[in-house]
Write a protein that binds this ligand. Structure first.
Ligand code: SAM
Length: 280
């Protein structure tokens, strides 16, 4: 394979297991004169191990415009650049999109390599049957905003794929159960690493399962949920609940009345009423 000069290669790197670097990625990283890396110190050992001679350009979320300008300069000089992030695919909940846009706007070729990505790796082992999926990435870190974001996803029939940090996984799973009601939750942790685990369970049991063993809250997470059940007409339930809550009814009573009016499950309406109330 010959490397094209004056092109930007988007190169996925392993999530944890170094053997997951593809042969093509290895060859590109070994032969390009420049590697734009999210964290040059983090990527240093990988490049060294490959025997790569490339010089590095820092390209993180706080300097993407500047990094893009430097990369375009190298391309103008006829030199190829490989873009990598700390782990997985650049541009997927990682810096890269602005660089790609700037390089394309400057008229240079972008060559993406397929490779490791936590979302697709997790999804492939989820066993979720939904025909479509929506990759959300990270939910907001603040509770109110997170619940609001989940509200907006509640009606979607597609499976939902999230990234989450270990210190937020409990509160996020709790919010998911409150806002989204009952569904299947798949927790994929430490993919490709020593303590890899993939566990599928009802969302309502997720919090208790995580709490049962603190090791289950460690490491890197992909959280996946099945989509909204096809027949849940929670739009009507929500409309009625909003009216009842606006009239000042307590959550329990509003849920009971809404269940009588719509024929929907009281528990689901109760959870929804709580979420509506906390979202203000
Ligand atoms: N660009 C990366 C990709 O292609 O997957 C994602 C980068 S994002 C900053 C990091 C998040 O990805 C982690 O917080 C976690 O949610 C997820 N992730 C990365 N590596 C993982 C792994 N080995 N197992 C589970 N999730 C992982």
């Amino acid at each position: 394979m010959t490397e094209e000069s004056a092109a930007l290669y988007v190169v996925p790197t392993p999530l944890g297991n170094l053997a997951d670097l593809t042969r093509r990625a290895e060859e590109i990283l070994r032969t390009v004169p420049w590697v734009a890396a999210e964290d040059t110190r983090h990527s240093g050992p990988l490049l060294k191990q490959l025997g790569a001679q490339a010089r590095t350009i820092p390209a993180h979320q706080h300097n993407e415009h500047e990094a893009a300008a430097r990369i375009v300069e190298k391309l103008q000089a006829g030199e190829a650049v490989a873009l990598i992030s700390d782990a997985g695919t650049p541009g997927i909940s990682d810096p890269g999109a602005r660089i790609v846009a700037a390089v394309r706007a400057a008229g240079y070729k972008i060559i993406p390599l397929p490779g490791p990505c936590a979302a697709t790796t997790a999804l492939s082992a989820s066993g979720l049957l939904d025909e479509h999926f929506l990759f959300y990435g990270f939910l907001p870190s603040k509770g109110g905003q997170r619940r609001q974001a989940l509200e907006e996803l509640r009606e979607l029939s597609s499976a939902l794929v999230f990234y989450e940090a270990p210190h937020r996984v409990l509160e996020t799973v709790e919010d998911m159960a409150t806002v989204l009601g009952d569904r299947t939750l798949v927790i994929a942790r430490e993919l490709t690493k020593l303590f890899e685990s993939i566990h599928s369970l009802p969302l309502a049991e997720g919090l208790a399962w995580l709490r049962e063993d603190s090791n289950r809250q460690r490491g890197e997470f992909v959280l996946m949920l099945s989509g909204a059940p096809a027949n849940a007409d929670s739009g009507e339930g929500e409309r009625i609940l909003k009216m009842l809550l606006a009239e000042g009814l307590p959550v329990k009573q509003a849920a009971k009345l809404a269940a009588q009016i719509t024929g929907m499950a009281k528990n689901a309406l109760y959870d929804l009423a709580l979420a509506l109330k906390s979202a203000g």
